[in-house]
Design a protein. Structure first.
Length: 352
């Protein structure tokens, strides 16, 4: 019988052998997460003893034998442990229930959001295209219409921010301040707050290579942005990053780029008809790796006379996506004036 995978004699910051079981109670629940090679695999609800080469009805663990040590960085028996070989294997030792993805998706998601899974975060991106026509072919899901031009940027530039309404200004009834959330040179995450000046253009402080989320933070008596707020690169003006629709208080952009220092795993996606029409739509989830072209990662169809809403939960997350990779959702339609909404969730894992 092979050695077990875990060791409870853990001291914060000290590497230990994960094969030699010493003192762990039989029946203790653990979770195992294999981060490389992709796709990401997680097993949870497992109980000691677990053999390194035993199937246990959930999948082979023979690959775990490649990684021999683990460290508890917090001293908490419920913390995630990372292998000495670059964070490739995580093992969670739980005192009550495993914090595993496969055993309880809800519990795992809650623990990520609570900051209990070190080096892991979740991005939920959603968007809407309010008007897709047959002649336009596939359009991306954002308020700018057509293809999303924010993915066309090749260098970071200062961006300009302006509204279509004079009321989006200090002392006005509309939006006053907004938050820009994006990526600078090298796809490094950055954010800033900009004070609007109505229809006059305002420059950002930072330069942006990607910018796919804008939030209205403060507003006048109206409580919402009165006009459409547009954010675009100042020099390459055709690269429009974001359009906040009037009254929306935030962008609706089903597009995203993996930041520097992260690897992404798509865990779910959805699409729905957002405007009642007797139509069907093909939906594409597209991924463009650095230096490559957009490729279809998933395809499904929705229709008014059938399934007008589709949700996909991937038990094995879709792809292992490196920094600088662009993701988006696009749709076509069989009728004019069709609105489509959609989105996806990405688990981001820190690269060691």
């Amino acid at each position: 019988m092979a050695d077990t995978l875990v060791n409870t004699s853990l001291t914060a910051g000290i590497w230990v052998d994960i094969y030699n079981e010493t003192g762990i109670a039989v029946g203790t629940e653990i979770s195992i997460e294999n981060l490389s090679p992709s796709p990401l695999r997680r097993y949870s609800g497992l109980t000691v003893p677990i053999d390194a080469d035993e199937d246990n009805g959930t999948g082979s663990f023979s690959r775990i034998r490649n990684y021999e040590t683990a460290v508890n960085n917090t001293g908490d028996a419920g913390a995630w442990l990372f292998s000495e070989l670059g964070g490739l294997v995580n093992i969670s030792i739980a005192t009550t229930a495993a914090v595993g993805f496969g055993g309880s998706t809800l519990e795992y998601g809650l623990n990520i959001q609570r900051g209990l899974v070190p080096g892991v975060s979740v991005i939920h991106k959603f968007g809407r295209n309010p008007d897709i026509d047959t002649a336009s072919g596939f359009e991306d899901l954002w308020n700018g219409g057509g293809f999303y031009t924010g993915h066309d940027a090749t260098v970071a530039e200062v961006v300009t921010v302006e509204s279509s309404s004079v009321n989006d200004d200090t002392g006005g009834t509309g939006a006053i301040t907004i938050q820009l959330i994006g990526l600078g040179s090298g796809f490094v995450s950055q954010t800033e707050i900009v004070t609007l000046n109505g229809t006059a253009s305002v420059d950002s402080v930072n330069s942006y290579l990607r910018l796919d989320r804008v939030l209205v933070l403060t507003a006048g008596t109206g409580g919402v942005n009165d006009g459409d707020i547009t954010v675009a690169q100042k020099v390459t003006t055709a690269n429009v990053f974001a359009v906040v629709p009037a009254g929306g208080n935030r962008t609706l952009i089903a597009c995203y780029t993996i930041p520097f220092g992260k690897v992404g795993y798509i865990t779910s996606g959805f699409a729905s008809l957002a405007k009642k029409k007797d139509a069907f739509c093909n939906i594409q989830a597209l991924v463009r790796f650095p230096g490559s072209v957009f490729q279809i990662a998933e395809w499904f169809t929705i229709g008014a006379n059938g399934t007008s809403y589709v949700n996909r939960d991937f038990k094995i997350p879709l792809l292992g996506i490196p920094s600088g990779t662009d993701i988006k959702i696009a749709a076509d339609t069989s009728q004019n004036d069709v609105g489509v909404a959609g989105g996806f969730e990405v688990i981001l894992v820190d690269v060691p």
